[in-house]
Design a protein around this ligand. Structure first.
Ligand SMILES: [Zn+2]
Length: 215
């Protein structure tokens, strides 16, 4: 009976497929539009008006976001990153010069962190060396250019890693999935899709449904 290898294979596959993070289930429901009374803040896409980029990893993707509520946008180095929400800059690192897939590069990841008026924070990662356009203490507007994208830190290709944290009930930082305004409406982004930020004057569907169709 060759059952054992089958069981082993199934358990390995299922442990890969399903993140243990309890947020995952909620995120999947949000992505499918099954949670209707969503009143969460609607973020700007973290780049310039009218531009479109691929979201190559979504929330709890298989690759390096297995346990993370974060998004990766594939971007050529030097692309302009804009604040997805207004706030105050609380952290800037821009002296990292190295990047690669090994964990030893993690500390080299240049980043900007912005604290929002409700106390939540957004992090923008893998920025170009000396690529920050803001300083700690600066007040930034939603949509304001804050950095140039790059490939520093633990990364396998040039991209922007975008993440939002908030305090949970026990006052611990928790990664949170966020909704975005795109040319196709408002919703949670999913992987391997391209999303365009509306031009400033372009009205967004006021009553759009999830999930956002692919561009
Ligand atoms: Zn990432």
């Amino acid at each position: 009976m060759k059952l054992f290898p089958v069981i082993l294979l199934v358990s390995v596959l299922s442990s890969c497929a399903a993140s243990k993070n309890p947020l995952r289930r909620e995120v999947k429901l949000l992505e499918r539009g099954l949670i209707k009374d969503d009143t969460s803040y609607i973020y700007d896409l973290p780049f310039e008006n009218g531009k479109a980029y691929y979201c190559v990893q979504g929330y709890f993707s298989m690759f390096t976001h297995h346990e993370r509520a974060a998004l990766d946008f594939r971007m050529k180095p030097g692309s302009i990153i804009c604040a997805a929400r207004e706030g105050v800059v609380v952290r800037v690192k821009e002296d990292g010069t190295r990047g690669g897939m090994r964990s030893k590069y993690r500390k080299d990841g240049n980043n900007v962190v912005i604290e929002h008026p409700d106390g939540s924070r957004a992090g923008y990662w893998h920025l170009q060396t000396d690529g920050a356009l803001v300083n700690v203490g600066d007040t930034v507007k939603r949509g304001q250019p804050i950095a140039l994208s790059g490939n520093t830190g633990m990364t396998s290709f040039p991209h922007l890693h975008f993440i939002v944290w908030d305090y949970d009930r026990s006052r611990r930082w928790q990664q949170v999935p966020t909704r975005f305004e795109t040319t196709r409406g408002v919703g949670y982004l999913t992987a391997i899709k391209r999303y365009r930020k509306p031009k400033a004057e372009q009205p967004v569907h006021p009553d759009s449904h999830h999930p956002i169709p692919e561009e």
